[in-house]
Design a protein around this ligand. Structure first.
Ligand code: NDP
Length: 319
């Protein structure tokens, strides 16, 4: 295992027993910065090779509807990352007042454009536009977010497909640290179509990472803390800042924090701070591994997207 990662806060400096029974004297940070930089290098090398062999750079088109501040930030970051690995990219911006029909027609044109490999529509969309219709309008072979029912169905059956970018990023993060998940009990908190549900499927698949016994928890779950205390792996994806407390986590657990919530922080320049779903300072000392927010899963989600776009350009997934 790779233990030479970024230092943890002092609070994490306690003996920890990992799910595989080994002990170490401090938790390891699942460092999205380090891992995403390393995978970006690999992707960039593949792009250079594609071009050297007479191919063209993969191309991603992002569609942004309306003026949601967080969406602007996410799309800007995705486009910047495309540039870092040598992809072509474009953003199509539309006013929140556009009709659903207009957006569907636009997607249809992008579907038919052979120069475009991946299409993503940044969520959330204005209320009058159906997320379901838009998701299904993107051709599965260009659905690099992995949200189309064809991709989701193929994921469930462990067939070649585009995996949803966030759970895919989580798997890549664990893989990078050589974490073996086989036989572990994984509790996923949150059952959304884009994070919790697919994460629960991926952790339960007969694959590595995978082969976990999975509990999928949600807002109706009774005794959530009791379920979490039995978990070797907790994936927190509920969107409630610092919800997972130290007394919900057993010693040596692996904790993956997906949450991203902006909380007011008048002391910062932007006026807000990004907080995860885990009470990091209190939980970290009990963990064998823990991902920070920011600097964890968010960066890996973009890597999931880049890897899907590269696979789309290579026509690696056949439908
Ligand atoms: P959703 O709001 O779609 O889903 C939240 C889920 O959490 C629901 O299934 C809900 O249950 C469950 N939930 C809510 N409250 C509780 C509770 N008290 N106890 C147990 N379960 C609860 O969120 P998303 O999945 O879209 O996002 C979750 C978080 O992850 C957000 O903070 C989001 O910003 C972040 N995110 C981060 C990404 C990244 O790249 N790091 C990517 C995508 C999201 P129910 O179904 O019963 O309502």
């Amino acid at each position: 295992m790779n233990l030479s990662q970024s230092p943890m806060p002092d609070a994490a400096n306690l003996p920890t027993t990992t799910p595989d029974g080994t002990t170490r004297d401090r938790a390891v940070l699942l460092d999205g910065k380090v891992v995403s930089a390393s995978i970006r290098e690999e992707i960039a090398a593949e792009v250079r090779e594609l071009i050297a062999n007479g191919g063209r750079a993969p191309k991603l088109v992002a569609i942004l509807v309306g003026n949601d501040g967080a969406s602007e930030t996410y799309v800007a970051s995705k486009i910047r990352n495309c540039g870092l690995v040598g992809f072509d990219s474009a953003v199509e911006r539309y006013d929140a007042s556009i009709s659903e029909q207009f957006l569907l027609e636009r997607i249809s044109l992008l579907n038919d454009d052979p120069g475009i490999d991946g299409i993503l529509v940044q969520l959330p969309l204005p209320k009058h536009i159906s997320v379901q219709k838009v998701t299904e309008a993107i051709r599965p072979e260009k659905d690099v977010d992995g949200f189309h029912p064809v991709n989701v169905g193929r994921m469930v059956q462990n067939l070649p497909c585009f995996l949803p970018a966030t759970p895919y990023g989580i798997l890549l993060l664990l893989q990078h640290y050589g974490i073996r998940t086989e036989g572990l009990h994984c509790v996923v908190v949150g059952r959304s179509n884009i994070v919790g549900m697919p994460a629960s499927i991926l952790f339960s698949r007969n694959a590595e990472p995978g082969n976990c016994t999975v509990t999928l928890a949600h807002s109706r779950t009774r005794d959530l803390a009791g379920h979490c205390r039995k978990a070797d792996i907790i994936v927190a994806a509920l969107g409630k800042p610092r919800f997972i407390k130290a007394d919900m986590v057993k010693d040596g657990a692996i904790v993956v924090d997906v949450g991203i919530t902006r909380v007011p922080a008048p002391e910062t320049k932007s006026g807000f701070r990004i907080v995860g779903d885990v009470d990091f300072e209190a939980v970290a000392p009990k963990c064998s591994y823990i991902s920070p927010v920011p600097g964890g899963v968010g960066l890996m989600t973009i890597i999931g997207l880049l890897k899907n776009t590269l696979r789309a350009a290579r026509k690696e997934v056949r439908f």
